[in-house]
Design a protein around this ligand. Structure first.
Ligand SMILES: C[S@@+](CC[C@H](N)C(=O)[O-])C[C@H]1O[C@@H](n2cnc3c(N)ncnc32)[C@H](O)[C@@H]1O
Length: 242
């Protein structure tokens, strides 16, 4: 049922955009409920990776309802954060929030595709992407685009779900992922299939070493990855090589 829409990049793009449009109104609530609000600390750690970079704009890709863009703006006062997402409903939902409203002079939402970024080469000091790279139709193309728009030496920070490596946790996590998460997600958002997709996309995503290797192949140097919260998520960083 899930495989068909995701086998072709264009169909995956449409499928993903439609699913996020369907859950946009409940996205923030569900994030808090399903992660017990730990997601906020993951974004704080990710924002800190780019907050102290030299002056210049930051790109938050797959920005959704803007939680990471708001956190970056909070940690990098008077900076500029361009927040790109291809689902207007997600951006519009985020623009209603108090976090964006308090920093609207610093955050610039842009409706655009992460695989064809609407920016010239070499203009961003840093790029973040939280829970977005798994949703791209073509991971390599997305990484290539991120490298293109970064300044030389600029930093990429990717936050993404991974599968916990603590053996005893595995079965519980799989039960949570495939049973609890679609059930609660379905009740609260009205779209159970969006949360079944979340579960299968996490299970089917690259292992951290593989994604780190893809970053290196895309031209990033000093690529590192570290697990957070027992490896439920992984934070990847790399610098654009010159
Ligand atoms: C799981 S949400 C993450 C939102 C936010 N970064 C956060 O931390 O909560 C993933 C977002 O990626 C967006 N997205 C997926 N593929 C995209 C693409 N090719 N270009 C731009 N946005 C994309 C979706 O519309 C969705 O808003």
């Amino acid at each position: 049922m899930m495989a068909a829409p995701l086998s072709d990049p264009d169909r995956k793009r449409r499928f993903v955009r439609d699913k996020f449009a369907a859950v946009a109104h409940r996205y923030d609530l569900l994030n808090s409920v399903l992660s017990l609000s730990i997601d906020r600390s993951w974004r704080r750690i990710t924002a800190a990776e780019v907050a102290a970079l030299p002056e210049g704009p930051i790109l938050d890709l797959c920005a959704g309802t803007l939680p990471l863009a708001v956190e970056i703006a909070r940690q990098r006062p008077a900076g500029r954060v361009f927040a790109v997402d291809f689902c207007p409903d997600m951006l519009l939902q985020g623009m209603k929030g108090s976090g964006y409203q308090a920093r609207r002079g610093e955050i610039f939402p842009v409706c655009g595709d992460g695989e064809e970024l609407p920016f010239p080469d070499g203009i961003f000091q840093g790029i973040t992407i939280a829970f977005g790279i798994r949703n791209l139709s073509r991971t390599e193309k997305g990484l290539e685009e991120m490298g293109r728009v970064l300044v030389s030496g600029g930093k990429l920070a990717i936050l993404e779900f991974s599968r916990p490596r603590v053996p005893v946790l595995g079965p519980f996590y799989m039960f949570y992922l495939h049973k609890v998460l679609p059930h609660i997600g379905g009740i609260l958002s009205g779209d159970r299939s969006a949360y079944s997709y979340l579960a299968s996309s996490i299970q089917g995503f690259y292992a951290p070493e593989v994604l780190a290797g893809m970053m290196a192949s895309a031209g990033f140097t000093e690529v590192r990855h570290r697990p957070l919260t027992l490896g439920i998520v992984t934070l990847y960083t790399g610098l654009k090589g010159s």
